[in-house]
Design a protein around this ligand. Structure first.
Ligand code: BGC
Ligand code: CA
Length: 293
């Protein structure tokens, strides 16, 4: 058995003009060599190359939980009350799905595309107190509810062959793993990891070897787990609230870590996007398939 490796990795700070309040949802657009991410509370979708050349952010009419590109090059975002698409140069949002939740108490949170270009996303109870949220997949103009009884839907991802689905409820401090078939059916839910009380699992990604990297809200760290759920590496970072992770760059070997600046003590770099040389490669993201929308 190999011992857990604790590291304080060297990192760069993405050289953009401002920090995020609640930076989230890093998503690497390989075709344009561009990182997309959101500032949920700042209500904007941001994009930049890894050397910090930033395009004009796209303001959103409400909190924005996540954003990806679709196969037509549009930006598809999860707004607080539904999904919408926009031209990447002009923030003109066209709704493609109106949520059935009460956006006063529940909003859309983390989401991303699966290996087939289907969009998966969840909602969260705004005060994280009631299991009033759900997980959805979107297709054919409608969202299919995949799970209910969730409080804070958060990080999600798939194993390299797409047969496993990892899924987080931050309020339950748990990441589960499901079997997943090509049609998108998920089954056989079991606990992958549970976090201690002082931190919560937030965004996650899966690397090319099938290990799972998870950001720990209030834990100031990113943890890499083996596919069996064993802690393999702990990256200690100078931000108390790392929120999500993704692999980026030409070799998909730069680990991008978004973060939040919400409370005193979140750290001087709180709200920055950190770039860590992971020494491991990630898996390419699929744009949302317009044929499946
Ligand atoms: C949510 C925050 C929440 C945090 C921890 C983030 O994804 O957007 O509102 O407090 O997770 O649960
Ligand atoms: Ca999150």
């Amino acid at each position: 058995m190999t011992a857990t490796v604790h590291q304080r990795p060297a990192f760069d700070v993405l050289a953009v003009s401002s920090r995020d309040r609640l930076g989230e949802g890093p998503w690497w657009d390989a075709a344009r060599a561009e990182l997309l991410w959101v500032d949920i509370l700042g209500r904007r979708v941001r994009r930049a190359t890894l050397d910090g050349a930033e395009s004009k952010p796209l303001d959103t009419p409400s909190e924005v939980g996540f954003a990806v590109r679709d196969s037509d090059g549009r930006v598809l975002a999860g707004l607080s009350d539904g999904l919408a698409v926009s031209d990447p140069e002009v923030a003109a949002w066209n709704p493609i799905w109106a949520g059935t939740h009460d956006a006063a108490t529940v909003r859309i949170n983390d989401g991303k595309t699966d290996r087939h270009g289907r969009v998966w996303f969840g909602t969260m109870h705004r005060t994280e107190a009631e299991p009033a949220a759900s997980l959805f997949s979107f297709g054919g103009g409608t969202a299919t509810s995949r799970l209910t009884g969730i409080t804070t839907s958060n990080g999600l991802g798939w194993s390299p062959d797409g047969s496993l689905f990892y899924y987080t409820d931050s309020a339950a401090r748990t990441i589960w793993v499901f079997d997943c078939d090509p049609s998108g059916e998920i089954s056989n839910r079991r606990v992958f990891v549970t976090d201690p009380e002082d931190q919560a699992p937030d965004g996650l990604t899966v690397d090319a070897t099938g290990c799972v990297w998870g950001a720990k809200w209030n834990g100031g760290r990113v943890v890499r787990y083996s596919p069996e759920g064993r802690v393999d590496r702990v990256l200690e970072l100078p931000v108390a609230k790392p929120t999500s992770v993704a692999f980026a760059g030409p070799g998909l070997d730069t680990l991008v870590v978004t973060s939040a600046r919400m409370d005193d003590g979140d750290g001087e770099l709180a709200g920055a996007v950190l770039l860590v040389d992971a020494g491991v490669s990630g898996l390419p993201e699929q744009p949302a398939s317009v044929a499946l929308l």
